[in-house]
Ligand binder design. Structure first.
Ligand code: PGA
Length: 251
């Protein structure tokens, strides 16, 4: 059951970082080599331009890498897009799909997210499928209903036999410094667990459910200790290796 799940701490660099940021990658490697990963799997999802170089440095040190998005198709006339196979070829093990910033800015639907997760399965990548209610949903008392609908629509049936990760990221907590209470996180993660078990049976009890949204060194230990929180998806605090490693150390 959940005690045997290996936690995952994944950094989402978003659109931050030029080659100068490779120094942070090297710092992170030094910290991990000196202090270990505290039983956690660690992944960095840098911008595409850094993915291959970051993978070449991080993967030999036992740190995974990931993309922040992929196209649902394996190739074709999609100017500016990146396929799941391209991410895998650049060294990625994970790909974030359905991040709320993409749902909001590019109108990505649950069906789009599901198609991207399927594309990830097709090339052996592990999708980190993001769900989470926005401010209006929260205040209308429909947070669980929204997350339930996103989960149903975004996680493909094929996930029954594939490795995947769910990230619960309340939109109102992302980049704001505000987090839900521990009781609220516990309640939502329990609801997500129930939904996964009811859909996928025993398999659903092994799926990692990450919390994301203003996770930082000061609150990581408390959040990571909550039942059914199997790691974190970390934005702002993943950009500095010192802060990111402090969160890894809180596992
Ligand atoms: P944040 O971002 O940690 O900066 O709030 C999390 C995310 O968007 O994945």
């Amino acid at each position: 059951m959940t005690e045997t799940i290996t936690p995952l701490i994944a950094g989402n660099w978003k659109m931050h970082g030029t080659r100068a940021a490779l120094a942070e990658i090297d710092n992170l490697i030094s910290l991990v080599l000196a202090g270990g990963t505290h039983q956690a799997e660690v992944a960095v999802c840098p911008p595409m331009t850094l993915l291959a170089e970051a993978s070449a440095r991080l993967n030999p040190a036992g740190i995974f890498t990931g993309g922040q998005n992929c196209h649902a198709q394996p190739g074709g006339p999609h100017t500016g897009d990146i396929s799941a196979a391209m991410l895998a070829d650049a060294g990625a093990r994970f790909v974030i799909v359905g991040h709320s910033e993409r749902r909001a800015a590019y109108g990505e639907t649950d069906a789009d997210v599901r198609a991207k997760a399927l594309a990830a399965f097709g090339v052996g990548l592990v999708p980190i499928i993001c769900v989470g209610e926005n401010h209006a949903d929260l205040h209308a008392g429909r947070a669980e209903a929204v997350v339930h609908r996103q989960l149903n629509g975004s996680v493909p049936d094929e996930a029954a036999t594939e490795d995947f990760v769910v990230a619960y990221e309340p939109v109102w907590a992302i980049g704001t410094g505000v987090t839900p209470t521990s009781a609220d996180i516990m309640q939502m993660h329990a609801a997500i667990r129930r939904a996964l078990v009811s859909r996928f049976g025993e398999r659903g009890s092994d799926v990692r459910i990450l919390y994301g949204g203003s996770m930082r060194p000061a609150n990581a230990a408390e959040i990571l200790a909550i039942a059914n929180v199997n790691g974190g998806l970390v934005g702002g605090a993943s950009l500095l290796s010192r802060d990111f490693y402090a969160i890894i150390s809180a596992v």
